[in-house]
Design a protein around this ligand. Structure first.
Ligand code: BGC
Length: 757
């Protein structure tokens, strides 16, 4: 019965049902043969560092080498099930081959009874493998509003991850960006649950492919970080979030639900607390909702040291043992312990807890079954593919895909008719982020924080170099200011100011590159969204000399730039566009390509106020009796292009929607210019009145279309009455009769809904 139910979940087609039945039977037979020690070991994940040789100073040897004793102890005495990471450098494919072949051999030679599953953070390409194709970070992918590009990014990343011998990727982040201070905003797909759900599902599809077994070109995905991690009140990483049930269901859960429906095989757990309950002890979310209600049959891995942190940080468990029992019984199946000797203590404590009955054998078997299921579906029990067959690794085709993603992502926020540049203007390239790849890539690039420049991809261009190539070096450069990290506090200082001022006098246009130091997690904590004063000062110096300034932003989160917006001639948001971002930027600035990126978040005008596009109406209320208070710098979904696009003739199939019928919405979109473009048609819905204060509007559908010069297209959307559902204060779904309004661009049309009862 149990096996049958799982087989049914894994696939509905007959052939797959039979395969799934066989998988579950084989796993059952293996579990029967396993000792408690072996089962507990399966749930233990350790970092690669814990297995490597160190020199007399405690540093890893170069080249890296496994420490045979440590390896033997971890694999055959503690039976660990998984290894993760590298975060301090970038390996060559050959080094990865050495790592994976060594771990693999332990299984194929019969020393261990199950293969090790290796996991890595390949979050914008395989960022820890030399020569891999680095894409825009997720926030940039979200700005493309293009699910096909998101899928393409993921399938190339999966290919290159497999080419590094690794079958499991800790990606995508499905956290919703509702706190712009949060250092991991760039790792998200933006502030909207629908956009994140659609793009998230495309990424999962690109990582895992479509078949029951993950083939040699795909990897198991890992949804992160379940759930509510991004909603931190303070803005600091891993600090409390307060999320009422209504918003948990409306904002934070949908992208995970959609990913589970898409077949995501693993999930990583939220390191913070939600409503006072640590993510790792939240049985309701992990077991009741994720595993039972949603039928998730993969496994949940903890985040870094988070079993331990229930005791040391969150203080919900007075001993390590209680902490491990809480996390495991809440539903976390694998513990990223991940250091030595802590992992040994973890295994020993867990074995005791099982023997004492504090963790039931049924629960342990469930976790092991889930882990072995993923190991089976990633074909780890079979011979591993020969890494030589991945001849498209780092290919021109992949680089082009990355550049295309950057082209569709980079967003034009302001243009006083200065762009596109003609190519004849005298140009100064300036600013702290102009001449290093680290500012295009951000954290999780070659190293954890992405600040070490020694691994930068050879042959990829910085912004300065891309302009140099385009202008045959006929341009000037002055950095003007530099960013630096002072013990992980981001700072900036002016440099060579006289040179900058002198060169300003020699040009008509300044491309001023501003942004952030790469950083993530706790090292990325900031106390204010304001861009550092020295960077603003560079803009002011150029304005004082009446120069035309194009502000180019490379930033992981939207930093407040209000004071330098009005005098800028153009503003371009690059997010973190990856290794080919500079080439894409130059093509866009000179009009060889058209802009089509749209903001995946509300860009704040002020440092203090935090608001989102789907706010309740009271947020609009100003102190003059009007409704104009909501006044971000730029709205969610905003982005200009070189074309003029007109929206006409918004039509609804009926003014009266009854029962469960479908509402058909059409709109005409016309490119009024002679420049081909891509446009994101965005459909928003407002519930005019509801028993719980309704959102101003909510994104319900979008599509990215291409328009030739003067071309008109009629776009069709279908809405079902499910789209009218909201969550009430008790967390219950409600669909209420009344008037609803559809908004597409500046067009508005309403209909009445009656349940028919
Ligand atoms: C991060 C995760 C990451 C893990 C492994 C943690 O600190 O929160 O997102 O997957 O490390 O590197």
């Amino acid at each position: 019965m149990f096996i049958g139910a799982i087989a049914l979940f894994i696939s509905s087609c007959l052939e797959n049902k039979e395969a799934a039945y066989e998988i579950e039977t084989n796993i059952g037979l293996l579990i029967e043969k396993m000792t408690i020690e072996e089962k507990v070991g399966q749930t233990c994940q350790i970092t690669l560092d814990a297995l490597l040789q160190k020199d007399e100073n405690g540093l890893l040897t170069n080249p890296i080498k496994f420490d045979e004793e440590k390896l033997k102890e971890a694999l055959t005495e503690y039976h660990i099930g998984s290894v993760l990471n590298v975060g301090w450098c970038t390996f060559s494919k050959e080094e990865w081959d050495y790592v994976n072949t060594t771990l693999r051999n332990a299984y194929s030679s019969g020393k261990i009874i199950t293969p090790i599953i290796y996991g890595i953070d390949a979050i914008h390409g395989v960022n820890y493998t030399k020569g891999a194709t680095l894409f825009p970070q997720e926030i940039g992918l979200a700005a493309t509003w293009n699910p096909d590009l998101a899928e393409e990014f993921a399938s190339i990343t999966a290919y290159e991850t497999r080419a590094s011998g690794i079958p499991w990727n800790f990606s995508p982040v499905l956290d919703i960006a509702r706190q712009p201070l949060w250092s991991r905003t760039f790792e998200t797909l933006g502030e909207d649950p629908y956009l994140a759900s659609e793009l998230g599902a495309s990424i999962i599809k690109g990582y895992q492919g479509d078949s029951l077994y993950i083939d040699d070109y795909h990897v198991a995905a890992c949804m992160k970080h379940f759930v509510g991690y991004s909603g931190t009140n303070s803005g600091r990483d891993r600090t409390p979030a307060w999320i009422p049930e209504k918003y948990m269901q409306e904002l934070y859960l949908p992208a995970f639900k959609k990913a589970v429906d898409q077949g995501a095989l693993t999930v990583m757990v939220n390191s913070g607390t939600v409503n006072g309950v640590p993510g790792h002890a939240n049985k309701r979310l992990l077991t009741d909702i994720l595993k039972q209600e949603w039928s998730f049959k993969g496994f949940a891995v903890s985040d870094w040291e988070d079993f331990i942190m229930l005791h040391t940080v969150h203080k919900t468990d007075s001993t390590l043992k209680e902490a491990y029992i809480s996390a495991f019984n809440a539903g976390v199946d694998m513990s990223m312990v991940p250091l030595a000797p802590q992992y040994k203590e973890y295994c020993e404590i867990m074995i005791d807890a099982v023997k004492e009955g504090r963790i039931s054998m049924e629960r342990l078997d469930d976790a092991v079954r889930r882990i072995l299921r993923v190991k089976t579906l990633t074909k780890l029990f079979e011979n591993q593919p020969d890494l030589k067959k991945y001849d498209k690794f780092g290919s021109e085709e992949f680089k082009l895909a990355s550049r295309n993603a950057a082209l569709e992502s980079i967003t034009l926020l302001k243009n006083d008719s200065i762009l596109p540049l003609k190519g004849t203007e005298k140009v100064l390239i300036a600013g702290p982020t102009a001449n290093n790849l680290i500012y295009l890539n951000g954290a999780w690039t070659h190293t954890w924080q992405g600040q070490d420049t020694s691994f930068n991809t050879v042959g990829c261009l910085t912004i300065k170099q891309a302009f140099e190539r385009r202008l045959d070096k006929k341009m000037l450069f002055a950095q003007g200011a530099e960013l630096y990290s002072d013990n992980f506090i981001e700072k900036s200082r002016l440099v060579d100011t006289q040179e900058y001022l002198k060169k300003l006098d020699q040009v008509e246009v300044v491309i001023l590159c501003l942004g952030e130091m790469p950083s993530t997690e706790k090292p990325g904590d900031i106390t204010s969204l304001n861009l550092n004063p020295e960077q603003l000062e560079l803009a002011r110096m150029a304005y004082n000399k009446n120069k035309k300034v194009v502000l180019v932003l490379t930033e992981g989160r939207p930093r407040v730039i209000r004071d330098i917006v009005d005098n800028a001639s153009a503003i371009v948001q690059c997010y973190l566009p990856g290794d080919y971002g500079a080439e894409a930027l130059v093509q866009l600035i000179y009009g060889e390509q058209n802009f089509s990126g749209k903001l995946p978040y509300t860009y704040p005008r002020y440092d203090g106020i935090i608001e989102f596009y789907d706010h309740e109406r009271s947020v609009d209320r100003d102190n003059n009796g009007g409704f104009n208070a909501f006044n971000p710098q730029w709205e969610f979904g905003f982005g200009l292009s070189y074309s003029q696009i007109q929206y006409n003739n918004l039509q609804l199939s009926t003014p009266q929607l009854v029962g469960d019928s479908i509402l058909n919405v059409t709109v005409e979109v016309t490119n009024m210019s002679t420049i081909a473009c891509k446009e994101v048609v965005q459909l928003y819905l407002s519930d005019d009145y509801a028993s719980t204060a309704p959102a101003n509007k909510r994104l319900k559908r979008f599509v990215k279309i291409s328009l030739e010069p003067n071309e008109k297209k009629i776009i069709n959307f279908n809405l079902s009455t499910e789209d009218l559902v909201f969550i009430d204060a008790e967390g219950k779904e409600r669909k209420e009769n009344g008037k609803f309004t559809i908004k597409i661009n500046s067009l508005v049309s309403s209909f009445d809904y009656k349940s028919g009862k």
